[in-house]
Design a protein around this ligand. Structure first.
Ligand code: ATP
Ligand code: MG
Length: 572
């Protein structure tokens, strides 16, 4: 055990420490991450991955990776592959401990036979609707199924024939025989097995036509693998009695289920079912659309895995439901990128600027710092010439009071370059739109200072028109325009809150020439604009494509100052 005292604790970590002290599991720590391969992983899963792999690593244990693949209707090999890639990308590894609940179908079947023989399970031939009706409600006890008292022999025969494919979907199920009057609805004779003749399972093919339900398969899979702490989200709290029941009745090894509050983030959704809808309805370009909260989307957006891990650490682990502000995640992204991302200059909405007194054909190479946070990242040479591009919104013909950037007659500094003064404005005679500026530069100000000590109030980024590389830049904003989509008194559904401006594509951007060969996935700070990364799917086909990862504005600091969101952790 190499428990690190600097690690912030949480109630689950405390349970593990206590169990190690009392030798509850023989000093072992074995957790698992059990995704169902029915969608891509999202940042909520990252919380679970970080917790499970993190605890195992901290206490010298291991974390198994297990696909909970018990429902072939919703599952797909595409998800099996993406999920593994995403966990690796996040920085975690399961060595040779990759398991599938479907590996245990034989053993789970044998356990079911055992339950039948013990009189603890029976084949029920009510329809799904009838079963629901008979279940009762929170205030009313359920009604016993007329099939509840079938003999063990009859149950065995029917269950074997279910397995052999003699019956159609929905005609029979296997149910546990527990208590139809239980205050816990999960204990009212829950279904253990149902018939599903198609589609074939992605691993077992047509070998099985009956499939175990999650509650049954999950705890027993934990038991088979020797898991010590089976960590899941709060909605399974009411299922724990059932988890325990199977293990106790069968008398097999008994892991401890522990529940924690799932991660919810503002302005997005965190359910695979809802994310799948967005994909299927074409509301996003796919699971890896950079607006999606999926790990594949965030990766493509440029989020570094380290930043996601830091975020998981910061939000902590508690039992109380909470909504974490997206601004905290973005804060964590900036924190890492600020250290790592090289600074470059790019102009998103170019305005042509001619430096009248700069000789035609001359090129000046100016030294630019790659990262002021990290001198070891060195410097580069940026070309300066007679025609430049500046950002359109860095110029105003009639500036209001607090606008300090370029305007007619005013002088500003060009980053790493010279002072320039605007002497003329060229407009489109038809539209009146400003299409070009004429400026003069002061050769004495090379490097950014004036020998006579005169000051300017703004420093602008720019690129040299002749040297700059064209690029497409995709600006992303919140997926939803409503912070808490569950606050939906009129029952509009989350799709009513989709932000129509979540993507803006700028096609005529210009980036400095050092980016010409930028590799897919590489991340940069575009000075004054934000952090951007080279799109890994589309860049390089026709043009360079950059995704805006996050702006430079730190809204999290403001939220904290206002004291409105204490980290949103719901720690308890
Ligand atoms: P979803 O609700 O998005 O469909 P799920 O719980 O059905 O998620 P699983 O594939 O079963 O998805 O999840 C694998 C593990 O990740 C489970 O242990 C689950 O509790 C955990 N998990 C899923 N969503 C979150 C979340 N938002 N926060 C923390 N853990 C989560
Ligand atoms: Mg699930």
């Amino acid at each position: 055990m190499n428990s690190n005292d600097a690690t912030p604790s949480n109630f689950i970590r405390n349970i593990v420490i206590e169990d190690l002290k009392t030798n509850k599991f023989g000093g072992r720590v074995m957790t698992r991450f059990p995704p169902e391969p029915n969608g891509y992983l999202h940042i909520g899963h990252a919380k679970s991955i970080f917790l499970n792999f993190g605890l195992a690593a901290e206490f010298g244990g291991v974390c198994n990776f297990r696909f909970d693949d018990t429902n072939p209707i919703k599952e797909d090999i595409e998800y099996v592959e993406s999920i593994q890639a995403d966990v690796h990308w996040l920085g975690f590894d399961w060595d040779d401990r990759l398991y599938y609940a479907s590996d245990y179908f034989g053993q789970l079947y044998d356990y079911a036979v055992q339950l039948i023989k013990m009189g603890k399970a029976y084949v029920c031939s009510l329809s799904a609707d009838e079963i629901r009706e008979y279940r009762g409600t929170l205030t009313q006890p359920g009604k016993e199924s007329p099939y509840r008292n079938r003999s063990a022999a009859e149950n065995l025969d029917l269950f074997q024939r279910m397995r052999a494919g003699e019956f159609d979907d929905g005609t029979h199920v296997l149910r546990a025989k527990i208590d139809m009057a239980s205050g816990n609805l999960n204990m009212r004779d829950p279904v253990l097995y149902r018939i599903r003749k198609s589609p074939p399972h992605h691993r077992t093919g047509a070998q099985w036509c009956i499939y175990p339900m999650y509650d049954y398969a999950h705890g027993l899979s934990d038991s088979i693998e020797g898991i010590t702490h089976s960590i899941c989200t709060m909605e399974y709290e009411d299922h724990r009695a059932l988890y325990d029941w199977f293990l106790d009745v069968l008398g097999v090894y008994h892991p401890q289920q522990i529940e924690f509050a799932r991660l919810n983030l503002t302005s997005t959704v965190m359910s695979k079912r809802k994310l799948l809808q967005l994909v299927q309805e074409g509301r996003v370009s796919g699971w890896y659309d950079p607006r999606m909260p999926t790990l594949a989307g965030l990766r493509r957006r440029g989020y570094p895995p380290e930043a996601i891990r830091n975020f998981c650490e910061r939000i902590g682990v508690g039992k109380r439901e909470s909504l974490v502000d997206m601004a905290l995640l973005e804060y964590c992204i900036r924190e890492v990128l600020n250290k790592e991302a090289p600074r470059v200059m790019a102009v998103l909405r170019p305005l042509r600027v001619v430096i009248e007194n700069y000789p035609e054909g001359q090129v000046d190479y100016l030294e630019a710092i790659n990262n002021p946070e990290d001198p070891s990242m060195g410097t580069r040479q940026v070309p300066f010439s007679r025609v430049l591009y500046l950002e359109q919104d860095d110029f105003m013909e009639h500036p209001p009071k607090k606008f300090y950037r370029l305007s007619p007659g005013r002088e500003v500094r060009l980053r790493y370059g010279y002072f320039i003064r605007c002497v003329d404005v060229v407009k489109d005679p038809q539209t009146g739109e400003v299409v070009e500026l004429h400026c003069t530069y002061d050769p004495e100000t090379r490097g950014g200072g004036a020998p006579d000590g005169r000051q300017v109030k703004a420093t602008l980024h720019w690129v040299s028109a002749a040297h700059a590389v064209p690029a497409e830049v995709r600006l992303y904003d919140r997926l939803l325009s409503k912070a808490d989509p569950n606050d939906d008194p009129d029952d509009l559904g989350f799709k009513a809150f989709l932000n129509p401006n979540s993507l803006e594509v700028l096609k005529s951007c210009r980036v400095e020439p050092s980016l010409a060969e930028a590799a897919p996935g590489s991340r940069y700070q575009f000075e004054r604009l934000g952090y951007f990364c080279v799109d890994s799917a589309d860049s390089g086909k026709d043009a360079l494509v950059f995704n805006r990862t996050v702006t430079l504005r730190d809204t999290w600091a403001k939220i904290q100052q206002a004291g409105t969101n204490p980290g949103g952790t719901g720690k308890s």
